[in-house]
Design a protein around this ligand. Structure first.
Ligand SMILES: Cc1ncc(COP(=O)(O)O)c(C=O)c1O
Length: 379
């Protein structure tokens, strides 16, 4: 979107203003499907669960990864008027409950839907057997996440050496294991993580298939976007993944993925307004009307560094400034090294791009400061 148009929107709607461009979401989905034609994309709605976004991807034909009953119901909402058989077909084929630890109450509520769920430990199997034995199971394996922006390997996934046992255990309890999954860490710019994880999965599959036929391999999320521009291009990564998929897995095996960030991160921008300006120990500080307790929560939870440009003034001498949030907390600093014009004044606007994933969803209204208004364009 042109900056002049963004400026008009800020004047009209006020700030902080979070603008989602649905044309970009559709483009991302198509780009994913083109580059990885064998892989069905289950959008991980945790990245941005706005109903409008879920609906756009639903219309594109996406499947969905959910992490809680509430997320499951958000997707279910789109099909609740369908006939019973169509609904159960959709739930089985197009939703995965990809949180390996589930509350008992959740399992009880999921039971009638016959969901596909992940697990990675024996205690979870006992829970599933007792409270949701209709589920299809996907065993999540621990894989390397070297260099990924967000790591998961310290919390999730059965050790590959124990995966065969854990899958056998499920079958011995009378449960049905459908496949194997992994996650290489979010914003994974290291293709070796995918290659290693695919090879680990293939070894486990070969072992298990001596006794049981499995249906799918779930290659998780992690697909990177260009925050800095020097990351591996998605298409280059896809080429490596495709060649391993071709080499390691028979044609009939379903390959699914759970992309979150890739679908939405570059679809949104945030416009903030300067509400304060001060020199602190010789450094220029711009205080803005959103911060790490708000849309910039990704600084904390997603380990993401956001950047700023001036939306309405370009001419001033540039210097290294701090951009900080509006709360009373000293921790509320978005960036300590932004190159911005030194002549920005209260009321001027800053623009942040690539802010669509893991941002609004973890924002709070700490200090009573309201969250950003969300605008959906090109729906
Ligand atoms: C189980 C699972 N799948 C998929 C995702 C989405 O990952 P990404 O946004 O890196 O694609 C996550 C992110 O937390 C996850 O935990």
């Amino acid at each position: 979107m042109e900056e002049s148009f963004l400026l008009e929107l800020a004047e009209e709607h006020g700030t902080p203003l979070f603008i989602v461009d649905h044309d970009i979401i559709r483009e991302n989905y198509r780009r994913f499907r083109t580059a990885l034609p064998r892989v069905q994309a289950y959008y991980a709605i945790k990245a941005n669960p706005e109903p409008e976004i879920i609906e756009t991807l639903f219309k594109e034909g996406a499947s969905f990864d959910v992490a809680s009953l509430a997320e499951f119901l958000r997707v279910y909402n789109l099909i609740k008027s369908w006939r019973k058989q169509e609904k159960s077909g959709f739930i089985w084929d197009k939703i995965i409950y990809a949180n390996t630890i589930k509350q008992i109450e959740t399992l009880k509520r999921l039971r009638p839907y016959k969901p596909l769920v992940t697990y990675d430990n024996e205690s979870e199997l006992v829970k599933i057997k007792e409270h949701c034995d209709t589920a299809g199971l996907v065993c999540r394996v621990n894989v390397p996440d070297t260099g990924s922006m967000v790591e998961f390997s310290s919390k999730f996934g059965v050790d590959p050496a124990d995966a065969g046992y854990l899958i056998e255990k499920a079958f011995s309890l009378g449960l049905s294991v459908e496949g194997i999954s992994f996650h290489v860490g979010s914003q994974c710019t290291n293709p070796d993580n995918y290659v290693t994880a695919l090879n680990i999965s293939a070894e486990i599959l070969d072992e298990v298939e001596k006794r049981h036929r499995l249906r799918l391999i779930d290659i998780g999320g992690g697909f990177p976007i260009a925050y800095l521009g020097n990351e591996i291009r998605f298409e280059s990564l896809a080429r490596i993944i495709n060649s391993e998929l071709e080499r390691l897995f028979r044609r009939e095996l379903e390959i699914i993925a759970e992309p979150g960030r890739f679908m939405v991160a570059n679809s949104a921008v945030l416009i903030t307004q300067i509400i304060g300006k001060a020199k602190r120990k010789g450094k220029l500080f711009y205080y803005i009307d959103d911060g790490v307790y708000g849309t910039f929560s990704g600084v904390v939870y997603d380990h993401c560094q956001y950047h700023f440009s001036s939306l309405n003034k370009k001419d001033g001498e540039k210097e290294i400034c701090a951009v900080v949030g509006p709360t009373c907390d000293g921790f509320d600093k978005v960036s300590m090294s932004e190159e911005l014009p030194d002549d920005l004044q209260l009321g001027d606007y800053l623009l942040t791009r690539n802010i669509g994933a893991y941002t609004t969803v973890s924002a709070t209204d700490y200090n009573g400061i309201p969250r950003a208004k969300i605008l959906h364009m090109n729906r």
